[in-house]
Design a protein around this ligand. Structure first.
Ligand code: PXP
Length: 247
């Protein structure tokens, strides 16, 4: 089997968004997950939101039963989600901030502000042998607090980098570079995700500390034009191209 330097986690939330638009069973996000695995996905990510707007509890049951790769459960730091995670024991849990009114996850988790709430929360997941990731902005204080809290890894939010243009994008890329380097110096694994697409992924892949990307919306959208498998192959090519710059 080919060794991939950066793991690709495929987020299938928006297959469920399309399914739910008609309230039926098609398209099936679990089928999409299995197809993504066939196309080389190293893991599957699903965000069980409080309002269940896309992924459902039943989807999580089925993913746990049918996947042959690790499931990364994205979740808010609530008692309800903790119970679900402890019941299912996915390979990893990525703690994200969540507001009902937002379209998508806007900004990273405030680990500094929610420190006292997160300490026992992270501990209970880790006690259950669930690897814990915190989804944060590339901010020094947030990274240091994540380390102190005992997170196994962090995922740096790439949304601002993707949304900016020109020199502003360059500045945000520098912030991500510094953040990833700080994680390495603290001996903490570092992932990246949010909004990544063909145009933006290579520069992030060229940051050598990143070991995993979680990508969803763009891949599912692109699947309309070229199919899910082909969209993954193409994304992988851009990731490999970026990572090759590190050599
Ligand atoms: N990582 C995290 C923590 C997220 O919340 C999301 C969005 O659900 C993603 C990655 C994937 O983002 P996108 O769907 O924009 O690729």
């Amino acid at each position: 089997m080919t060794e991939h330097k950066i793991r690709l986690g495929v987020n299938i939330d928006h297959v469920a968004t399309i399914r739910n638009a008609r309230g039926g069973v098609h398209p099936d996000p679990v089928k999409a997950a299995l197809l993504a695995v066939q196309a080389g996905a190293d893991g599957i990510t699903a965000h069980l939101r409080e309002d269940r707007r896309h992924i459902s509890d039943r989807d999580i049951d089925r993913l746990m039963a049918e996947l042959t790769v690790p499931l990364n459960l994205e979740m808010a730091a609530t008692e309800e989600m903790l119970g679900i995670a402890l019941n299912h024991k996915p390979a990893s849990a990525c703690i994200v901030p969540e507001k009902r009114e937002e379209l998508t996850t806007e900004g990273g988790l405030d680990v500094v502000g929610a420190y006292d709430h997160l300490v026992p929360f992270v501990q209970r997941l880790r006690d259950a042998k669930i690897s814990v990731s915190l989804f944060i902005d590339p901010d020094e204080d947030q990274i240091r607090a994540s380390k102190k809290i005992g997170a196994d890894k962090v995922e740096l939010h790439t949304g601002t980098y993707v949304d900016r243009m020109g020199t502003e994008r360059g500045a945000e890329l520098d912030r991500l570079r510094r953040g990833a380097a700080l994680c390495e110096s603290l001996n903490m694994e570092v992932h990246a995700g949010h909004g990544l697409n063909y145009d933006t992924v290579a520069d992030i892949a060229a940051v050598p500390q990143f070991t995993e990307f979680n990508i969803g919306h763009f891949l599912v959208g692109e699947a309309i034009f070229i199919g899910l498998k082909e969209s993954l192959y193409q994304m992988r090519r851009y990731m490999d191209e970026g990572r090759a710059r590190c050599a």
